[in-house]
Design a protein around this ligand. Structure first.
Ligand code: FAD
Length: 395
C-alpha cells in the first residue's frame, strides 16, 4: 500500500489520504511504474514519446485539481500526488502533466467560452489533442509581464505577430493558448493582454523543437514564431482580460512544481538508500559508515520538510485559503531542497551516479528545469519578499 511506504514517508504525512485521492494516486503509480526503461531511452535519445505522454489522458491523469462541471474532479491533494508520483517515475512525463493539465486545460477551463470548451475541453483532458501554453518569449522570461507578441484586429479577424520560447507541446500538432498584447489605447499596460486559442496547423504558426537540452530530454519544448497568424474573432478567450489572468494560472501550477520536486527527490533518496545498502566498500555496505548514515538522515530531513509543505499546501488550497506567495514559498523550498537531495544521491552512487541507467543523474538534470520554470528561484524570492515587506524589488 502506497500510504504505508514509510521508508520515504517517515512522518506518515500521506498515511491518511482519503480513499478517492488514493485511487487517483494509485492510478498515477500504475501508469508510470514499468515505464522507467522506456523513458530513460527517450531521455537518452532526446525523443518525445507523444502517444505515450498523451495516454496519461486516457488514464484521467490530466485534471490537476481543476474544478469544472465537464471534468472529473480531483482534489488539490490528488492533483499533487499525481504530480509527485509521475515525476518520481519520470520528469519529462511529470512536465507533460504540468503543461497539458496544469497550464493548457486550466487556461481553457478558467477563461474559455462555452463554445471553445465544448470543442476542446474533453479532447485536451483525454489527451486526444496536445495542449500548449505560450507566455514566455525569447526576450521576456522572468519579465513575461513585458510580453511583446501582438494581436491586432482586422475586420472580423485577429492577426498575431511575435515569438514564444520554451513552449511545451508547442510543436506537437495540437492547440496553443497564446498570450498576446492587444492594441487598446484605453487599457492600462497590463490590462491589454489577452489569450488566444491557436490551432498549430494554422498558416503563419511555426513551432521548432528546441534541441540540445540537457534536462527533460523526453519532452519537446518549442520556439514558436507567429507571422501574421489570422484567427477568427472568436479565437480570443473571453474570460482572460489581463496579464493577471495569466499569472493566476501560474499561481496554481507552482503548487504542482513543488509536488513534482518532491517526486524527483523521493526517487533520488530511494536510489541512494538502496545503493548504500547494497554496495560494499572496505568490506562493509556503504550504509554501515557513519558519514553515509548522516547524509541519508540529512536527505530524509529535507524530504520530510518537502512532504509537509506539499500536504499543507493541498489543505490550504482545498479550504480556498491558499495565497499565491504561499505556493511560491513551497516551490522555492522544494526545488532548492530537491537539488540538494539529488546532488547528495548522485554522490552516494559514486561513478555509477553519472550513468543514465541509475536514474539519479536524469532526475538531477530534470530538477534544473523545474527549478527554473513557473518562475525562477530569484523570482519566487522577489514575490515572497514583496509580500512580506510590502515593497517590490523586481526592477
Ligand atoms: P531570465 O528571465 O532571463 O532569467 C535569467 C536569470 O536572471 C535567472 O536566474 C533569474 O532568476 C534572474 N533574474 C531575472 N530577473 C531578475 C530580477 N529582477 N532580480 C534577480 N534575478 C533576476 N514558458 C511558457 O510560457 N510555457 C511553457 O510551457 C514553458 N515550459 C518551459 C519548459 C522548460 C524546460 C523551461 C526551461 C522553461 C519553460 N518555460 C515555459 C519558460 C520559463 O517559465 C522561463 O524559462 C522562466 O520564467 C525564466 O525565464 P528565462 O529563461 O527567460 O530566464
Amino acid at each position: 500500500d502506497l500510504a504505508e511506504r514509510l521508508d520515504t514517508d517517515y512522518y506518515a504525512v500521506f498515511a491518511d489520504i482519503p480513499a478517492a485521492d488514493r485511487d487517483v494516486w494509485n492510478r498515477a503509480k500504475a501508469f508510470v511504474d514499468g515505464l522507467g526503461d522506456r523513458m530513460q531511452r527517450a531521455w537518452d535519445a532526446a525523443e518525445y514519446p507523444l502517444d505515450l505522454a498523451m495516454s496519461l489522458g486516457a488514464h484521467d491523469l490530466f485534471n490537476d485539481g481543476i474544478e469544472h462541471p465537464d471534468l472529473t474532479f480531483f482534489s488539490p491533494l490528488a492533483a499533487g500526488l499525481v504530480n509527485m508520483e509521475i515525476s518520481r517515475g519520470d520528469g519529462s512525463l511529470g512536465t507533460v502533466v504540468a503543461v497539458q493539465g496544469g497550464l493548457a486545460l486550466r487556461t481553457l477551463a478558467a477563461y474559455g467560452s462555452a463554445e471553445q470548451q465544448a470543442r476542446w475541453l474533453s479532447p485536451l483532458a483525454r489527451g486526444e489533442v496536445p495542449g500548449a501554453f505560450a507566455l514566455t518569449e525569447p526576450d521576456h522570461g522572468s519579465d513575461s509581464v513585458g510580453l511583446a507578441t501582438t494581436a491586432r484586429r482586422e475586420g472580423d479577424e485577429w492577426v498575431l505577430d511575435g515569438a514564444k520560447k520554451w513552449i511545451g507541446n508547442g510543436a506537437s500538432g495540437g492547440v496553443t493558448f497564446v498570450w498576446a498584447r492587444v492594441d487598446d489605447p484605453d487599457a492600462p499596460e497590463h490590462d491589454a493582454v489577452r489569450c488566444f486559442l491557436v490551432e498549430q496547423s494554422v498558416p503563419g504558426y511555426t513551432g521548432t523543437v528546441i534541441g540540445g537540452k540537457a534536462s527533460l530530454r523526453g519532452i519537446h519544448q518549442a520556439l514558436i514564431t507567429l507571422d501574421g497568424v489570422r484567427l477568427p474573432a472568436d479565437a480570443v478567450l473571453p474570460g482572460a482580460r489581463s496579464f493577471k489572468d495569466a499569472s493566476r494560472v501560474l499561481y496554481a501550477t507552482r503548487s504542482g512544481v513543488a509536488w513534482s520536486a518532491l517526486g524527483h527527490a523521493t526517487a533520488c533518496y530511494e536510489a541512494a538508500l538502496s545503493y548504500a545498502q547494497q554496495r560494499t566498500q572496505f568490506g562493509k555496505p556503504l550504509a554501515r559508515f557513519q558519514m553515509v548514515q548522516e547524509r541519508l538522515a540529512q536527505m530524509l530531513e529535507e524530504l520530510t520538510a518537502m512532504q509537509l509543505y506539499c500536504r499543507h499546501l493541498a489543505d490550504l488550497e482545498r479550504s480556498g485559503g491558499l495565497r499565491p506567495t504561499q505556493a511560491s514559498l513551497a516551490k522555492y523550498h522544494n526545488t532548492r531542497a530537491a537539488r540538494r537531495i539529488a546532488q547528495t544521491a548522485r554522490d552516494l552512487l559514486g561513478g555509477n551516479g553519472i550513468l543514465i541507467e541509475y536514474g539519479v543523474m536524469t532526475h538531477m538534470a530534470d530538477i534544473e528545469a523545474i527549478h527554473t520554470y513557473e518562475g525562477t528561484e530569484s523570482i519566487q524570492a522577489l514575490l515572497i519578499g514583496r509580500d512580506i515587506t510590502g515593497m517590490s524589488a523586481f526592477a
